[in-house]
Each structure stands twice: as C-alpha cells, then as structure tokens.
Ligand binder design. Structure first.
Ligand SMILES: Nc1ncnc2c1ncn2[C@@H]1O[C@H](COP(=O)(O)OP(=O)(O)OP(=O)(O)O)[C@@H](O)[C@H]1O
Ligand SMILES: [Zn+2]
Length: 657
C-alpha cells in the first residue's frame, strides 16, 4: 500500500467511514499560511479534508523558514498561500487546494463568498483580521475555529453563532501604552527609551513633515500661552533644521547636528525645569566629541557594575548608565577604543558601550539620510529594516545612558521594539492539532463536546479545556442581527434598502458604514442617493448589520435593483445587563480528569469561567438597556447617537459595511 493510501486507511479507521467521507466533501477556508497555518494545512490535508481554500496576504520571508516548514529558501518572496498549497497537495492525492494570495478584508470576500464554506479555520496573527473573520463568520452563520499562539502559550476557540461566545464576547487586553511625559521627558526603563526612539525620534527625523511651526503660528493667533508656544516653536524649528540637514548632501555634519539637538540641547532644556528633578536623578547631556575621543565622563562619582537587566532604582540604576560592561573605563564612555565591548560574539548580542552606541548612531543615521537623499520620502520603524533597527538600538542606548538606565543589545531592542514574542514551532504544532480536533466536533455536530482549549506553561497540566460559554448578552458583535441584501449599487437607493430592511417597522434609525454616518433620523438626505454614489462597499455590516452582495446574473432588469432578505431581519432582543462583576481570574477552580474527557490525566476540564451572571430577557429590561452595538459605537466614537425623551434609538442602528 502506498504511503498516501495507508494514511487514508488509518484516517478512515479513526474517524469512521461516514465522517471520513464527509470530510472529503467539506469545504474549508483556512485563513493564514504562517506558523500555525502551515502546520494546520498539513494536518487537514492528512486528515482527509478534500476541498481547501487557503488564503494569505503575505510573501515568504527568510525568517519564516525555521518554523513554516512548507517553505524552502528558493521560495522566499513568493506567495505563502501558493507555495504552501503546492507543497502540501501531494500529501493526499485526493485533495484540492485553492490558494489565494490576498487580504481577507478585501471586499470581494463578502458574506456570499464566506457562505460557500462549511467551516472556517483561523491561523492569523493580528486582532484586526481575527475580528473581521469572526464577524464575517457570525454574519454568514459559518462555524469558525479561532486560534492563536504566543511563545509557549496557545489557545483554540470554536465559535458558532448563538451557541458559543464569539471572539469579541470577552474584551481583549489592549497593547501596553506609556504616558507621553515618561516617553518625552522622564524615562526610567529601557522600553521607554526604545519607544521614544522608534515612535517619536524616527518620526521627527524621517517621517512626514507635520508643519508644527505653522500649527503653532495658528495657535498663537488663537491666543494660546505665548511663552509655551515660543518654547515649542524653538523645538519645532530645531527639528526642522535637522530634518532639512538630513535631506541635504552633507550628511555627516547633519548627524552631529541631530546628536547635538537630541542628546545635548534638549536635555539641557529639560534640566532648566528643576522641579522635575527634585525626586528623580537628572539626565546628563552627552558630548559628541568627548565620547569619541574618550574624555567624556558620564557620572564620575558613581561606582561601576556589570550591565543591567534594566532595573532602574538605586545605585544599580545609576551605575548601569553606560551599559558597556567593560569596567570603569567603559563607565566613562569606553574611552578611545573601538574594540568590541564585553559580551561580544554575535553582533546582535553584543553589549554596546557608549562609544559603540555613538558610532552606530552615526553610521545608521548616515545610511537613513542617504536613503532620503536618494528619493525615499519617509522611513518608519520596521524590525526587519537593518538601518532602522540600528538607529533605534543606538539612539535608545544613548538616551538610556543619559538617563542612567541600563542599555540593551540590538537583539533585545529588536524583540522589544518589534513587540516580538518568539514563535515556537512546537506550540504551533500542538495548537494546529487541537484545531482539527475541535473542527471535527463541529462537523460531527457534537456541540456539547466542543471546548476552548488552552496550552499553558504548566508541565503537569500543559492543556486545559473549558466548556463552552453561551454568548455574552452584551457583546456588540455576535448579538447583532445580520442580514444580506444583494443589490446593484448603481441603481439601489439607500432609502429603499433601509425601508425595505425595516419592512413595516416604523422606527427611526441611524445608518452607518463602519464609523461613517450615512443617515440619522434628522438627516436623511442620502436616502435619495444610490449606494454606488455613496461609495458603500461589499462586505459584512450594529443592530441590524446589512451586508451588501451582488445581484445574481439572471436578476430581471425591470425588477427592483435589490433583493431583500426573506424573512426580514428583526433587531436583536434587548437584555438587562447586570452591574459589572469583578472578572474571575481564569482557571482558579481546576478540576482534574473530567469524566467527559475520558479521564485524560493531562487535560483539565473546567466549568465556564463565571465572568458574569446570565440573564433572561424580560419585558422590563427593554427600557433600561442600550443595544450592544449602540454601546460599542458610543464607546468607540464617543458619539451620542440620539437623545430624546423616549430615547427611541435603542437598537435602531443599521450598519452597512
Ligand atoms: N488580513 C489578512 N489576510 C490574510 N492573511 C493574513 C492577514 N493578516 C495576517 N495574515 C497572515 O497570517 C499569517 C500569520 O502567521 P504568523 O503568525 O506565523 O506570522 P508571520 O508573519 O509568518 O511570522 P512572524 O510575524 O513571526 O514573522 C501570516 O502569514 C500573515 O500573512
Ligand atoms: Zn460575541
């Protein structure tokens, strides 16, 4: 028996002939052909899924090859979807893989397109795309298995409209942010200097010219504090001067100008504000020539210790200022030597002395300036751009030194600036296996067997499973009603669609496309306009989300230029929200070897986390509650949609997306 045949025989024996046969006909959409996607494609091909559409927007990068094993060096720069499909197809002679090199958010991948699939599997790496697929699957009523990994952690979540929580039912942690003044004036950790360098300094020097001077002139006319404006104007003008210098031909002088402004003049200006430095150590202005010739003394009175881990208090904070690790000489600027500092070896992992940082600053600024001079309009931080990474490494280390903060190697800066959590192939492999198991439960319709599965760093219990939670009644995504209207946008009028969808419901509504307001009860001017002239897009669409699709080819020309959903959608029922409960820490009450998992020792089965009490809908609740969509809109936009005696607008938003 050929290997492929043997595999098929095994898969059939495990799945049973009926499910095995069904898999061959199951149409699956796999979104993402990266770390999880490659593993998952291999798994579903080998399990016997017969009709696979694989979509990814990216091309293969050299750095993908260590874990995205369907790709080889020769494939670099080619479409991930295409190459993954080519490599995996021979694993099963009966599989048909349709690769698509595209972004899942493009309008042609609309509700109708999603509806061709029986199941969707997400192997994505960003919240935006994951949220989009979540919404499209809810709107098209297609089951989704959502997944993600971060280092050794992983998660798999089956999502079925009205049966389970959706991806957005539980709010996601937002990325860490820092107060502006910490970044601009009072950094105390390496990350503050890295963020300053990549998000502020790079933008000021190499980003768009924001005409700050013009804005300040305007602000002065409006009567803003003249002294403050004068300070800001001087700062903006100084940046303008160095920006211009970097774009002229004498870039080595320009680099010194930049250094002088950023690491000397700006710090001197800050020191004038003595109040700021009562409770914290003041920064030290750096001296370009003295660092180069070895005469620069950063903090003469301080003892010297080994490079830090970035801790910022007490003596160690001060002494770590230079981050060079080469003794007292280094502590005073690594005087006069260009030899690699301690910890040398791989360039990326070398601890940089103050002088190393200065030399790197000079060379990287020169390289970036040369790019501007040869026509690049703007350059922003990209962890894969060596010039930009060198610049951020050098300038953040110089700033850290000035503020008495431990330095970081180029490698560490890349991780921190790129928000990189190392991708672990094994985690991707485990999660991909779990995705298939959950997909099989969905296809078997064994809904009570579905689980949210977490991969965790607990050697004794690497996997935990959580029983499915019902949807969060306050979720602004899955509690919406979704409908699809097929139409000819060049003939269909907004008003006809809105009135058509509402049917004999006379309520007043607001209409949005994403965040764009198309109409509200006091402003219906657009009702007489065609959707085409309003530039509405195909796709999914608050309360009633209307997805626009294309008319069928055989739609009679004399019929209305749209087909309304049948039955017409009804706005979701309102629920009374309980007062917010403290969020229960995840998995406090572990219960070993749950019976329905066959007592598997390694797997813990948990009751759904009691994040909030569930409520029955009551008539009285109608009064009190804002619709989830409306709440979300208000949260997002800070907009009040309508206020009146009766606040009739509860639930009355139509969103066209
Ligand atoms: N909107 C989108 N449409 C289609 N594919 C997407 C979209 N957003 C992300 N992807 C794809 O999802 C995949 C996620 O895979 P993964 O997390 O391994 O990322 P990667 O870019 O390959 O690796 P890394 O980020 O670690 O360098 C990527 O191949 C990426 O191109
Ligand atoms: Zn939800």
């Amino acid at each position: 028996m050929s290997t492929a045949k043997a595999r098929t025989a095994y898969a059939k024996a495990i799945l049973g002939p009926e499910l095995h046969q069904r898999l061959a006909e199951t149409k699956v959409l796999l979104v993402g052909a990266g770390g999880i996607g490659c593993e998952l494609l291999k798994n579903i091909v080998l399990t016997g899924f017969g009709k696979i559409t694989l979509l990814d927007l990216d091309t293969i990068d050299l750095s993908n090859l260590n874990r995205q094993f369907l790709f080889r060096k020769k494939d670099v720069k080619q479409s991930k979807a295409l190459i993954a499909a080519q490599t995996a197809a021979p694993f099963n002679p009966n599989v048909q893989i349709t690769p698509i090199y595209g972004n899942i958010k493009e309008p042609q991948y609309d509700l109708e397109w999603f509806r061709q699939f029986d199941i969707v599997l997400n192997a994505l790496d960003n919240l935006d795309a994951r949220r989009h697929v979540n919404k499209m699957c809810l709107a098209s009523q297609i089951p989704l298995v959502e997944s993600g990994t971060a280092g050794y952690l992983g998660q798999v979540q089956p999502i079925i409209k009205d049966k389970t929580e959706c991806f957005d039912c539980v709010p996601k942690a937002t990325p860490k942010t820092f107060p502006v003044c910490t970044i601009r004036s009072t950094p105390s950790q390496p990350i503050h200097c890295i963020v300053w360098s990549k998000s502020y300094l790079m933008g000021q020097l190499f980003g768009e010219d924001e005409d700050a001077v013009g804005e300040l002139d305007e602000a002065e006319k409006q009567g803003e504090n003249a002294q403050e404006i004068e300070t800001l104007r001087r700062e903006a003008q100084a940046f303008r001067t160095v920006r211009d210098a970097l774009r002229s031909s004498t870039s080595s002088d320009a680099v010194k100008l930049v250094f002088q402004k950023v690491f000397n003049a700006d710090i001197r200006n800050l020191l004038i504000m003595s109040d700021m430095w009562r409770a914290r150590a003041p920064p030290v202005p750096l001296d370009f020539d003295a660092i180069l010739d070895g005469s620069f003394v950063l903090r003469p009175e301080e003892p010297t210790v080994a490079p830090s881990n970035g801790k910022t208090n007490g003596v160690s904070r001060q002494a770590n200022a230079v981050a060079s690790g080469s003794g007292s000489k280094a502590a005073n600027g690594d005087a006069g030597t260009s030899a690699p500092a301690a910890g040398s070896g791989l360039k990326d992992q070398k601890q940089l002395s103050l002088r190393d940082s200065l030399l790197l600053f000079v060379s990287s600024t020169e390289r970036l300036a040369a790019r501007l001079q040869s026509g690049e309009q703007t350059i922003s931080f990209d962890k894969e751009d060596d010039d930009a990474l060198d610049f951020v490494t050098a300038s953040s280390n110089l700033r850290s030194a000035a503020y008495g903060i431990g330095g970081k190697t180029r490698w560490e800066v890349k991780e921190m600036a790129g928000n990189i959590i190392p991708a672990i192939a094994t985690t991707n492999a485990i999660v991909s296996g779990l995705i298939v198991l959950q997909a099989l439960q969905i296809l078997r319709k064994s809904y009570d067997q579905m689980r949210n599965v977490h991969l965790q760093v607990k050697p004794a219990v690497p996997l935990s499973t959580i029983k499915m939670c019902p949807p969060n009644p306050a979720c602004g995504v899955c509690r919406d009603t979704y409908a699809m209207v097929r139409c000819d946008p060049n003939r269909a009028l907004l008003g006809d669609i809105v009135k058509g969808v509402l049917g004999d419901d006379e309520r007043e509504v607001s209409v949005y496309e994403d965040k764009r307001v198309l109409s509200d009860p006091d402003w219906e001017d657009n009702y007489a306009r065609t959707l085409g002239s309003l530039n509405t897009r195909r796709g999914s669409g608050g309360t009633i989300s209307v997805g626009l699709g294309v008319l069928p080819a055989d739609h009679p020309v004399d019929a209305p230029p749209y087909i309304l959903p049948d039955p017409l959608p009804r706005p979701p029922r309102k629920v009374k929200l309980p007062p917010p409960m403290p969020v229960t820490p995840v998995r406090l009450s572990l219960k070993r070897g749950a019976p329905d998992d066959g007592g598997d020792d390694e797997i813990i089965d948990l009751e759904p986390t009691p994040k909030r009490p569930r409520l029955k809908t009551t008539a009285a609740a109608d009064e009190a509650i804002k619709s989830p969509s409306k709440k979300r809109k208000l949260d997002e936009d800070g907009l009040i949609l309508m206020e009146g005696k009766d606040d009739k607008l509860d639930d009355d938003i139509i969103e066209i997306d």
